[in-house]
Design a protein around this ligand. Sequence first.
Ligand code: CA
Length: 228
Amino acid sequence: MGANILIVEDEARLARFLELELDHEGYAVTRAADGREGLEAALSGPFDLILLDVMLPGLNGLEVLRRLRNEKDTPVLLLTARDAVMDKVSGLDMGANDYITKPFSIEELLARIRAALRTGAPNIRRTAVLRCGALTLDPARHTAAYGDAPLTLTYKEFLLLQTLLENRDIVQTRDMLLEKVWGYDYAGETNVVDVYIRYLRQKLDDAFGVKLIHTVRGVGYVLKGDEP
Ligand code: CA
C-alpha cells in the first residue's frame, strides 16, 4: 500500500496533474481545493503527508499549517511561489518539513515526497508537562506559560524551549540544539540557534525580569531555575 497523501491546491489543473502523477506512483491521493476544506481533511484523515499550497483562498496555507500543528504532526510539504522567501521561512518555523518552489518538475517533487515520508513527523515530542519554577510547558497541548501568563511562541521557539527544559541544568551545545530542534539535515544559517535563543529571552527572561536561559561562553546554552 502506498502512502496516503492529501493535496491542498486551488489551481484545478495543477491539482489534477499532481493527483494523476502521484496515483501513478502508487500513492493514495485525496484532494482539497481550498484552505478550509484542506484543514478539515487534514484534521480528520489519516494522512502520511500533506502537500500544502501557500496561496489558497479562504484560509491560506500558513494558517492551515498553524492550525494543523495545534493538533497533529502530519508531515507537510509546502508549495510556495517563487521568491516568497517569507513564506518559506515562516512555513518551516511553523513546522513544515520542507517546501518546494513553483514551478517544479515532477521528479523533484517525487524526490521531496520520498524524503518527507522517510523523515516522517517533524520533531514534536509529546510528554508530560515540563516545569522550571514558574515556567511550565505542555508538549501535548503545545502551550507554555510563566505563572499565569501564556507565552506566545512560534513552533521552533517552542521546540527550543522544550529541549532546554528537558535538559534542565545540562549545558546544550549549539550543535546539540541544532540537531534536536532543526534536525540532522538542517542546511541553513548556523547562527540560527543564537537568533532563536535571543527571541526566547525576549519573550521569557526579559518579559518577566528573570534569568532562566544562561550562555555558557564558547559552548552553548543551559536553562536553570531562577530560584536562589
Ligand atoms: Ca494557489
